[in-house]
Design a protein around this ligand. Structure first.
Ligand SMILES: C[S@@+](CC[C@H](N)C(=O)[O-])C[C@H]1O[C@@H](n2cnc3c(N)ncnc32)[C@H](O)[C@@H]1O
Length: 207
């Protein structure tokens, strides 16, 4: 799917559905928060949530005192929903409407977080473009936390095909610039109480 088709898909989802009417909704993004802290983030670390959508991760980060948080997503409607939920706290966050495969990072981040966005990139060219941004946008020594469906997870998300990974295949896809430091599995409970098998892997950018 090209950039335009992708964006239209996600705008449509976030315009039509409430936050807890989508399978990926989490009341508490606990696995991500724990891994961000384990990766050594401090309150002044630069953190970017790629494909953050309307996730509550940003609310939690702001509430916990993280001062340099950016959320990037294809969907302006998703970011508007998150920003209006935060109220005045939204001013502390940088919001970027962009496609992660064509966005040009203008600075580097200490933590790159992606839950369930990378796995939509089923085209090798799109994956290469994303990884190029990851290499340029994550400082050497910084950490990428990437959560995708596991090999035993669903084949589709939001009606779109996904690529499923374990830590080894994800590491192979990212390439030698990223060294695996941690991986864990997570069974996500959807709002309708079905289970989806995720893997969360943490990679250090070694250059
Ligand atoms: C399944 S949702 C997950 C949202 C959020 N990370 C969470 O955990 O709640 C996937 C998100 O990735 C975004 N997305 C998909 N492809 C993208 C791309 N190429 N660039 C930026 N965002 C993208 C979608 O708009 C959507 O918000």
């Amino acid at each position: 799917m090209g950039d335009g088709g992708r964006q239209a898909h996600w705008e449509n989802v976030y315009t039509r559905k409430g936050e807890n009417e989508v399978s990926w909704f989490q009341q508490s993004p606990a696995p991500s928060l724990d891994l961000i802290v384990q990766a050594g983030a401090t309150h002044d670390s630069a953190i970017i949530d790629i494909g953050g959508g309307a996730s509550r991760l940003v609310d939690n980060l702001v509430e916990q005192g993280f001062e340099d948080v950016t959320v990037l997503d294809l969907s302006a409607a998703a970011l508007a929903a998150a920003s209006s939920r935060l109220g005045p706290g939204a001013q502390k966050v940088r919001w970027i409407v962009a496609d992660a495969t064509s966005w040009e990072p203008t600075r580097v981040y200490d933590i790159w977080h992606d839950r369930a966005a990378f796995h939509f990139l089923t085209d090798a060219g799109d994956r290469a473009a994303y990884i190029d941004r990851l290499r340029r946008g994550l400082r050497i020594g910084g950490h990428a936390i990437i959560a995708t469906f596991s090999p035993d997870g669903p084949e589709k998300c939001s009606g779109l095909p996904v690529a499923r990974y374990d830590s080894a295949s994800l590491g192979q896809t990212l390439g030698p610039a990223f060294e695996l430091v941690h991986t864990e599995r997570h069974a996500h409970a959807t709002p309708w109480e079905s289970r989806q098998s995720f893997q969360f892997s943490v990679f250090r950018h070694v250059g």
